[in-house]
Design a protein around this ligand. Structure first.
Ligand SMILES: NC(=O)c1ccc[n+]([C@@H]2O[C@H](COP(=O)([O-])OP(=O)(O)OC[C@H]3O[C@@H](n4cnc5c(N)ncnc54)[C@H](OP(=O)(O)O)[C@@H]3O)[C@@H](O)[C@H]2O)c1
Length: 327
């Protein structure tokens, strides 16, 4: 099969189309013939060498795919050859065939294309487990999501609104702000022109927000602690501006805050399967009714993975960047 090889890692140019063996379905797995694969920021980190795959995972890039089931292990009962699915992968998505745990596959939501479906797994699994499980977001609460125009951000805005929260977001320009408001954000703060701490104070009548989902870190950490309400939660999913900071953590005690975080990829097969079940029950109906939708910014042929990564690194995109493997 064809796949994207990134050699020993480095800049986007290291990625090239290569030929290798089709993966076999191990116990509990299916092999998917990939139509589309999603591109995610963790792929960029893995390609550059700063985010190695967990032990046992495919060294090939790609955390999500959609396509038809090509093979099933003898112990897999819930899927059969030919089923159209999307899946969170342990790696290996930038390829014509990808082996995944059967429990991490979900049906393509009714009314969505294979391309739409490939844009769902990484963002929806991540947002569900961090915003609703770990962050305990409830209807009526206020929520601030940084990086609102990212794949993760647009998913978090839409799901939080669908579940009854008031949603604020930060973005890097006016076009991204308008897009986030259109998709449901109650307010979008352009962090290049406005101080989000002052804006959040104003929006909440100095109360602060109940939950913050942050991918920026660095100087944002202390500002986030200032922007949280009593009993507020800060959930960290990345540190684009660094994780080593000197900061005053007094608000943790004074406001009884929770500061937590997680990464999806090293979670166990069973933990990810539980997230998949929750998504199918609680989120798939929202996708099928059109209340929540994937936002696709651009699609490149698999051979142009380099261009897809360069676009992501430019941060000019709004929403998902996709690879077409086989239509
Ligand atoms: N923990 C987990 O399990 C998990 C899983 C998936 C993804 N993630 C993380 O979630 C984040 C979003 O992922 P994604 O795939 O949706 O990526 P993405 O679409 O590329 O989004 C990243 C966004 O962050 C903003 N940004 C980029 N560099 C920045 C910087 N130095 N400082 C501040 N903002 C910056 C950009 O928006 P602006 O132009 O508005 O600044 C950009 O759109 C990534 O950091 C990724 O690593 C974590």
């Amino acid at each position: 099969m064809l796949y994207i090889d990134h050699g020993k890692g480095g800049a986007a140019e290291v990625m090239n189309l290569a030929e290798g063996p089709v993966p076999q379905a191990q116990a509990g797995e299916v092999v998917i013939e990939v139509n589309y694969a999603g591109v995610n920021r963790p792929d960029v980190l893995q390609r550059s060498g700063s985010y190695p795959p967990p032990p046992g995972a495919s060294p090939v890039l790609g955390l999500e795919v959609a396509g038809r089931v090509h093979a099933v292990a003898p112990d897999v009962k819930q899927w059969k050859v030919g089923d159209l699915v999307c899946a969170l992968t342990p790696g290996g998505g930038y390829a014509e065939y990808c082996a995944v745990p059967a429990a991490h596959c979900l049906p393509v939501p009714k009314g969505l294309s294979s391309q739409d479906a490939a844009a769902l797994p990484e963002n929806f699994y991540t947002v569900w487990t961090n915003v609703f499980d770990r962050g305990r977001l409830k209807a009526g609460e206020t929520f601030l999501v940084h990086g609102g125009s990212s794949g993760i951000g647009l998913t978090a805005i839409q799901l939080a609104k669908a579940f009854g929260a008031t949603v604020y977001t930060t973005v890097g320009n006016a076009e991204k702000a308008a897009f986030c408001r259109d998709i449901g954000a109650d307010a979008a703060i352009n962090y290049r022109e406005q101080d989000f701490v002052a804006e959040v104070a104003q929006l909440t009548g100095n109360k602060g927000v109940d939950l913050i989902l942050d991918m920026v870190g660095g100087p944002y950490i202390e500002k986030n602690l200032k922007s949280l309400a009593l009993e507020g939660r800060l959930v960290q999913i990345a540190f684009l501006q660094g994780s080593k900071v000197a900061l005053d953590v007094l608000p943790l005690m004074i406001k009884r805050l929770t500061f937590t975080g997680s990464t999806l990829r090293p979670r166990t097969v069973a933990q990810k399967a539980a997230i998949a079940q929750a998504l199918q029950q609680q989120v798939w109906p929202l996708l099928e009714s059109g209340k929540v939708k994937p936002v696709i910014h651009a699609t490149f042929p698999l051979k142009d993975a380099k261009l897809a990564h360069e676009l992501m690194e430019s941060s000019k995109h709004i929403g998902k960047i996709m690879l077409e493997v086989k239509r």
